[in-house]
Design a protein around this ligand. Structure first.
Ligand code: PMP
Length: 354
């Protein structure tokens, strides 16, 4: 052992989904939006002058935060913007989860929560989902150092209604409760409307899914002025210029085009509902997803074998080799054409198995 080895911080990192390159690949593995960003985003990108990159971007992110505040009908100082919601969530963990008591989150959930807790030395406990993969609000009634859960949950896609979200909040008014709404636009009701009632609530959303901009890395949190100010203090203790200039400019354009936003969501939801029917007919079962992915398991086909077979055909989905999840595949909703190719392959594969 080298002398420095016991004095360094070691972590087991989060493993993101593959980003395969190549023609004809059907990428249904990281819950990206299959449609391009709003037309105004393309136009603004084309008009961006490299001369502008000479200067630092606005550290206060004023224009984009203001635009989000208008859109979500809150005050600008209730909005915090970061480099994807991963960045926002990491800062929120650092800022708000600073208790000796364990923070709570579901055992089957976004696997980054555990990684941040380990990285920052935050004690945590997980609450098991029920047999139907649902979050049980009563598991969050006990004493804790903070609560976080995604709504809809990932990778199940299951949505908690606002009554249940409020139930968790009502039982946790002495700690910060973070609702990670990465997938809320695909069919859920946001907890944003609970902000007036609960000043300990932080709602986190992203531009990576419904707004088609995973490549720009934009995420944001909305909460009480006090929580947002605390988040800003953490950010300025870390890196004043987290947001690069192109993302600030293009982010505004994405928010401005609400019609396009709603239209692409509508298409994805439509494809998702058709995909549920198709998967059912093929013998798959799955929780009733309200997100842009379906977490499906087949009665006869092994998920790990199917995952490899799909990959061999250039169709990438996500497989989690974990207890309770090992026979499921998480399939992102692509375009109708992409889904058609997936289903043609599945039909042949399952027929050959029979
Ligand atoms: N929360 C959940 C539940 C997610 O699935 C993801 C996507 N991996 C994120 C947050 C982070 O997304 P991003 O950093 O792209 O905003």
């Amino acid at each position: 052992m080298k002398p420095w080895e016991d004095k360094i911080r070691r972590v087991v990192p989060y493993v993101p989904g593959e980003q395969p390159k190549g023609q004809g690949i059907i990428k249904l593995n990281t819950n990206e939006n299959p449609y391009p960003p709003a037309p105004g985003v393309r136009k603004a990108l084309e008009e961006l002058r490299t001369e502008e990159l000479r200067k630092y971007p606005d550290p206060t992110v004023k224009t984009l935060a203001g635009c989000l505040a208008d859109y979500y009908k809150v005050e600008p100082d209730q909005v915090f913007v970061g480099v994807g919601s991963d960045d926002v969530l990491a800062m929120a963990f650092l800022a708000f989860f600073n208790s000796e008591k364990p923070i709570l989150f579901p055992d089957i959930s976004y696997s980054f929560y555990k990684v941040w807790a380990e990285l920052f030395g935050i004690p945590y406990e997980t609450a098991p989902l029920d047999e139907a993969f649902l979050i049980r609000p009563e598991d969050y009634y006990r004493e804790n150092g903070g609560v976080i859960f995604p709504n809809p949950n990932a990778p199940t896609g299951l949505l908690m209604d606002l009554k249940q979200v409020e139930d968790v909040l009502a039982h946790n008014q002495d700690v910060i409760v973070i609702v990670d709404e990465a997938y809320i636009d695909f069919g859920g009701k946001s907890a944003l409307e609970l902000l007036e009632k609960y000043e300990n609530l932080l709602v986190v959303q992203t531009f990576s899914k419904a707004r088609s901009m995973a490549g720009m890395r934009i995420g944001f949190a909305v909460g009480s002025r006090e929580l947002i100010r605390i988040l800003q203090d953490v950010k300025y203790s870390f890196n004043s210029y987290t947001m690069n200039l192109p993302s600030l400019v293009l982010g505004v354009e994405a928010v401005r085009d609400d019609a396009y936003f709603r239209e692409t969501i509508g298409r994805i939801v439509d494809t998702r509902e058709k995909a549920k029917e198709r998967l059912k007919r093929l013998g798959f079962s799955f929780p009733d997803s309200m997100s842009n992915f379906i977490f499906a398991s087949h009665e006869k086909a092994s998920a790990s074998e199917l995952f490899e077979a799909l990959k061999g055909q250039g169709i990438y989905v996500r497989y989690f080799n974990q207890p309770r999840l090992e026979n499921y595949l998480r399939i992102t909703i692509g375009t109708d054409e992409e889904m058609e190719k997936l289903f043609s392959f599945l039909e042949c594969y399952l027929k050959d198995m029979a």
